[in-house]
Design a protein around this ligand. Structure first.
Ligand SMILES: [Zn+2]
Length: 272
């Protein structure tokens, strides 16, 4: 119990540090800047930040949300992303323990967070992230079941079954988005089509179905809410990436629990 708590705090701290890095990637990658050098600096006064300015969440609280050098306020979003990533890593620990799945799921969650942040800011899903992810996920596709995340095709969870499940899910999700993008080009772009491939390969079937369903339902509710209650126009595009990312994160974390509920409801509807 105590060990659980200590490990949860530890995974939170690791997650918050990863979140700090995700902020940096989301900030620099679309602008084509290096994610290695230079070290982070204040956006207002260009002062390079010291180590004590870079402690996730705590630095922000310590300096009360203002730059120590020029007292420009720092957007709360950075700490928000750090706290969210930390909380998700702790949740992954509770769901999967510290086995190999932890690294896989944590990497998948981090990828989806970066995609969501960049899509929110720039309304693009960069090839620089998506294409390498597709390659890595294709290479990983035979091993999911072996790594403890069950993935089957027609009841087969051997290498072949796992590959077919992943690849068909990837193709299915991107085909689905391609059809929507062709019918409704201002709604979805080619970035979403490629992201569909990543999602299918990452979550497999039926996880990808759950992720898409959640993204469409939550995205739809938010879109209607924005049009009804804000000055948001019907024509303003809402980036879909963040909703997809949310769906994938839930599917990765809930695989098993929510999915068995989901298939129970499916059975109920099918009358079996
Ligand atoms: Zn400053």
């Amino acid at each position: 119990m105590l060990a659980d708590l200590v490990l949860a705090v530890l995974t939170f701290i690791i997650g918050a540090s990863v979140g700090s890095f995700l902020n940096l990637v989301a900030d620099r990658l679309p602008a084509g800047r290096s994610i290695v050098t230079p070290r982070s600096f204040c956006e207002s006064c260009d002062t390079p930040l010291a180590h004590k300015d870079l402690v996730p969440i705590l630095s922000y609280i310590w300096i009360r949300g203002k730059c120590r050098y020029c007292s420009a306020s720092i957007p709360m979003r950075f700490s928000g992303v750090e706290a969210l990533t930390g909380a998700l890593f702790a949740a992954i620990y509770f769901r999967y323990g510290l086995e190999g799945e932890f690294i896989l799921v944590a990497a998948g969650v981090s990828l989806m967070l970066v995609v969501a942040l960049i899509d929110l800011d720039h309304k693009i899903i960069p090839n620089k992230i998506i294409l390498p992810s597709l390659v890595v996920l294709l290479i990983l596709s035979p091993f999911w079941t072996e790594m403890g995340i069950s993935r089957t095709f027609l009841g087969n969870d051997n290498l072949g079954g796992t590959v077919i499940n992943s690849v068909l899910s990837g193709l299915g999700a991107s085909m689905f988005f391609l059809v929507i993008a062709l019918i409704y080009p201002s709604g979805l772009g080619m970035g979403d089509v490629k992201l569909g491939g990543v999602i299918g390969l990452l979550v497999g079937y039926p996880g990808a179905l759950l992720a898409l369903w959640l993204a469409i339902v939550v995205g739809g509710v938010v879109a209607v809410g924005l049009v009804l209650f804000t000055k948001f126009g019907r024509k303003d595009a809402i980036p879909f990436g963040p909703f997809l990312s949310m769906g994938v994160v839930v599917a990765l974390l809930a695989e098993g629990d929510l999915l068995s509920w989901y298939s129970d409801v499916g059975d109920l509807l099918a009358g079996t």
